[in-house]
Structure formats: C-alpha cells, structure tokens
Design a protein around this ligand. Structure first.
Ligand SMILES: [Zn+2]
Length: 119
C-alpha cells in the first residue's frame, strides 16, 4: 500500500530565456516566485508509520534552494536556459540522489502554470 507525500518550497529568482526571439517577453531578464513541489511515493515505514520525515526532505532541499533563491538562474551550472522544465529536471536529478523514493518535481512559475518532471 503506497502513500504519496508532497512538500512545497518557494524561491524568488531571476531569469531570462536566451533561446527565444528578442521580442518575446521571456527573453528579457525578469523574476518569478517559483513554487517547487516535491512528490514522494512509497509504502510506510512499518515502525514509524510514515513515508519520510518532512524535516529530512527540507534538509535535502536546503543546499539546492540556496543555489537558486535570490539568484539569477542562468548563472547556475546546468541552468543556462532555465525554463521551468529544465529547472524541474535539475532539481529532480539532484534531490533524487538523496531521496530515492522521489517521484517527481513540479514547478509553478505562476499560480496558473505547472510543469512536472518526470511523468
Ligand atoms: Zn518567466
């Protein structure tokens, strides 16, 4: 019997998308309050009765968020073209090294948009 955990994080970051034509607004430097949602899926730890300690998830995310929060994402190694898709992949690949039951990372660059990786 599997359970799903979600934990939300938020960063404020600047970016521009360098491969878009100059007339596209996202080609200019601008900022987002990115919401980052981690989704984990696993059976319960039979003794503790939970999937994973939320505090432990926060500890894994701390150094990753420090690289992204109040920064220009384009300056981060691997995020030279920081679309939400590539940001989700960047976070997933790093966080999954420490959270093997990580299922996906969702990025909301606005309240109306969601990008999930992997699907
Ligand atoms: Zn944008």
């Amino acid at each position: 019997m599997n359970f799903e955990l979600k934990q939300h994080f938020q960063i404020e970051s600047a970016r521009f998308l360098p491969n878009l034509p100059a007339e596209h607004p996202c080609s200019r430097m601008h900022g987002h309050s990115f919401k980052i949602i981690l989704t984990l899926q696993s059976s319960l730890d039979s003794k503790l009765g939970w999937v994973m300690d939320y505090h432990e998830i926060s500890e894994v995310m701390k150094p990753l968020l420090a690289q992204l929060d109040h920064r220009i994402l384009n300056d981060v190694s691997g995020l030279e073209n920081p679309t939400s898709e590539l940001l989700a992949k960047w976070i997933f690949e790093k966080a999954q090294l420490k959270i093997s039951i990580l299922k996906s990372v969702t990025i909301m660059e606005t309240p109306a948009t969601e990008c999930r990786y992997p699907v």
